[in-house]
Write a protein that binds this ligand. Structure first.
Ligand code: ZN
Length: 378
């Protein structure tokens, strides 16, 4: 059933005959499986007119009429909540600013009323909520559903977020590192719909990464897989919070850039100085792009992704300078692979992690539809 759902998702609309061709299952099996999925309101039939002869064909696609998924992002400065349907449309977005001293109690004082009301509204309107996904600053213990030791996020060390959310809202709950939720937003709802191997890099106060390989999130032994911000870029460079020296994050994140620019101040001021041709600012930007280029080469050679997606609050400041970075990159990659290189900006902007949190639940639906539907309806 999972294979059939994934094919329908990839194609958006597909006929039963095409499903037989693409899956290798018998037409009897396809008839039974699609019948059950239609009964359960996961997919629906609709008529499409195909070809120049104008023949009507019965197609299958996801049914946005019954289920909703809630995505929550708990960030260092904001809380964001989105509601998504089974087409991946973002139907609602709620955002609140948080102070940087806020701990779990302060966050839940904001989240509790918002989520309770939202859940009520959705259910009153007759929809079923499939689940709640949450993105959090990493690193985290995925198995235990706990935050581990997120830097600059006081009060959250060891916090059992998944069980707290489950208890409060009685929904199927999944939590994940926010760089990985961001990757899953692309995987299911963005550029990666038909892509199995992608790396998402988020650049802001820190630099994080989410690796999707064979369509699945890769976590590693300690949940550290994809921590691209901590690859060594400057040998004998400055100390990093992680214990290493010269991590990309120490020079390539927003604080890293501003610490190297003698002009001081904000990213906006820095960007202005670069545009005005200030020599210190230009040199600092050139170095920043050089670090990015080196990091991207390492990412390509380590993970061999089909697609690298760049996001986070820093990216808009670098976007105008990406053409030369891409050009240099191509000259430094394996010749046979260089033309397959694809680097794109993220699809969902500041909502990336919240949308990706919802995508976690969507991924669960596609891999274990019967189990998730019975949990959601329980
Ligand atoms: Zn580090």
């Amino acid at each position: 059933m999972s294979e059939v759902l994934e094919k329908i998702w990839q194609h958006q609309q597909i006929s039963r005959v095409e499903l037989v061709e693409h899956t290798g299952l018998t037409s009897g099996t396809i008839t039974n499986l699609t019948h059950e999925l239609i009964e359960r309101n996961v997919i629906r039939e609709f008529e499409a007119i195909s070809g120049n002869v104008g023949r009507r064909r019965v197609m299958l696609g996801f049914d946005p009429g019954q289920y909703r998924i809630i995505g929550l992002d708990i960030g260092r400065a904001t809380v964001e909540i989105v509601v998504v349907d089974l087409h991946g449309n973002v139907l609602r977005t709620i955002e609140r600013d948080m102070s940087d001293k806020a701990g779990p109690d302060d966050y839940f004082a904001v989240i509790d009323p918002l989520l309770s009301e939202l859940k009520n509204d959705i259910e009153k309107a007759g929809y079923t909520i499939l689940g709640l996904g949450a993105g959090v600053p990493g690193p985290m213990d995925y198995g235990a559903g706990k935050l581990l030791d997120p830097p600059n996020f006081p009060g959250w060390q060891g916090y059992p977020l998944r069980s707290v959310l489950e208890e409060k809202f009685s929904l199927v709950t999944m939590i994940e590192d926010d760089a990985r939720t961001s990757a899953m937003a692309e995987r299911w709802y963005g550029l990666g719909r038909t892509i199995q191997d992608l790396v998402f890099i988020t650049m802001g106060i820190g630099i994080g990464g989410g690796v999707v390989s064979g369509g699945k999130i890769v976590r590693g032994t300690n949940g550290l897989c994809g921590q691209v911000g901590h690859m060594t870029i400057v040998i004998d460079g400055n100390m990093c919070d992680c214990g290493n020296r010269g991590c990309w994050e120490t020079v390539g994140s927003i604080p890293g850039i501003l610490s190297r620019w003698p002009g001081g101040g904000s990213m906006d001021r820095f960007a202005e100085a670069v545009r005005a041709g200030d020599p210190d600012a230009v040199r600092c930007m050139e170095d920043t792009l050089g670090y990015l280029e080196t990091a991207l080469i390492n990412v390509f050679n380590l993970y061999d992704p089909e697609l690298v997606v760049l996001g986070g609050r820093l990216y808009p400041y670098l976007a105008d300078y990406m053409a030369p970075v891409q050009r240099h990159l191509r000259s430094r990659l394996y010749a046979f692979a260089k033309d397959r290189l694809r680097i794109e900006p993220s699809t969902f902007g500041t909502s990336q992690s919240a949308v990706g949190a919802a995508a976690l639940v969507f991924g669960f639906l596609l891999s274990e539809p019967v189990r998730l539907l019975s949990l959601a309806e329980a």
